[in-house]
Design a protein around this ligand. Sequence first.
Ligand SMILES: [Zn+2]
Ligand SMILES: [Zn+2]
Length: 221
Amino acid sequence: MLKCDLHIHSSFSRDGESRIEEILRQAERIGLDAVAITDHDTVEGASYALRCETSLVIVPGIEVSTRQGHLLVLGVSETIPAKLDFFETLEIAHRLGGIAILPHPYHIWRHGIARKVKGSIGMVDAVEAFNSRYIVGTANRKAAIMARRYGKPCVGGSDAHHARFVGFGITFVEAEPSCSSILDAIREGRTFAGCRMTPLQTYTRQSLRNVMKKMRRHVVR
Ligand SMILES: [Zn+2]
Ligand SMILES: [Zn+2]
């Protein structure tokens, strides 16, 4: 089971505070297996990360600002233009072979799409059911409930804009440590989304079951 943070912003985002190197060192330090670099409207951060020396699996991505809100796309190496219609953006994402994920779908201030575009959850490949930047959990819970209703895989991410928050949102993925294996597993729903309750370095493969038990209240499938 791989521990992945699938939603991270670097200094390639206009509001990102940490350099890619700081993000990678933090992710390595806390024991993550993979990170997705998902800067706002650019894949430059992700491309840069792919050229860095690291033991982590790098999943390239982008958080696209559509006219109706944010759409997270994993597995693309081309920048998808901003400010297009949600449906058009989704089509481009799929044409490029990417996985389209609705991030923070029910967050009112943070460009959540699900309230604005009816049926959007049914059209994406996965739903971000845990985003660590929520202050209250209701929007996360609603995202998890809707994902289950539509039979969509759930993922979790920190949405970190500073390296110290990397790993605060996690997706446990049943995959081999490679980008393509992780992307396949997300598509096929072999994921658990959750939050970081204790320092990750205390998680071991043997104790994962106990950790999952402790996290039950915060874990969604
Ligand atoms: Zn966002
Ligand atoms: Zn974000």
